[in-house]
Ligand binder design. Structure first.
Ligand SMILES: [Zn+2]
Length: 130
């Protein structure tokens, strides 16, 4: 990585985890993280976890992928600059890294994982019940 400040113009291979993986397919295996709503394929979550939620340890414990992500979600938005996107702020993903996100998940993160969020001082916002 080398010195200091990140710019928007780094070559892709130097960005590290400042960008989330983009889903490699849009089929039935797409899943959304229940905490940050990042959308990737099941395999991507299993191989590299969730870039916003490393404390969920999805790449180490594959059960966590099943428990912390869901195939049931509506709509995808891709966000290149969450900090400056009104849509990202509206979706409360303004502090997350660029990537593909879903507009809404209907399931809540299981309680034991909500506790993990709390232990890591991470805010978890449950979906609004309608
Ligand atoms: Zn996440």
């Amino acid at each position: 990585m080398g010195s200091g400040k990140r710019s928007d113009y780094l070559p892709e291979d130097e960005r590290g985890a400042s960008f989330a993986q983009i889903p490699t397919s849009f089929g039935h295996e797409l899943r959304a993280c229940l905490r940050c709503r990042l959308v990737k394929t099941y395999d991507q979550f299993r191989e590299s976890g969730c870039e916003n939620c490393p404390f969920l340890d999805m790449e180490k414990e594959h059960d966590n992928v099943v428990n912390c992500t869901t195939p049931n979600f509506n709509g995808i938005i891709s966000v290149m600059d969450p900090a400056r996107s009104w849509a990202a702020r509206w979706l409360r993903i303004g502090k997350f890294i660029p990537g593909c996100y879903t507009l809404a998940v209907s399931e809540e993160l299981p309680e034991e994982y909500q506790n993990i969020c709390a232990d890591n001082n991470v805010l978890y916002v449950p979906p609004k019940r309608t």
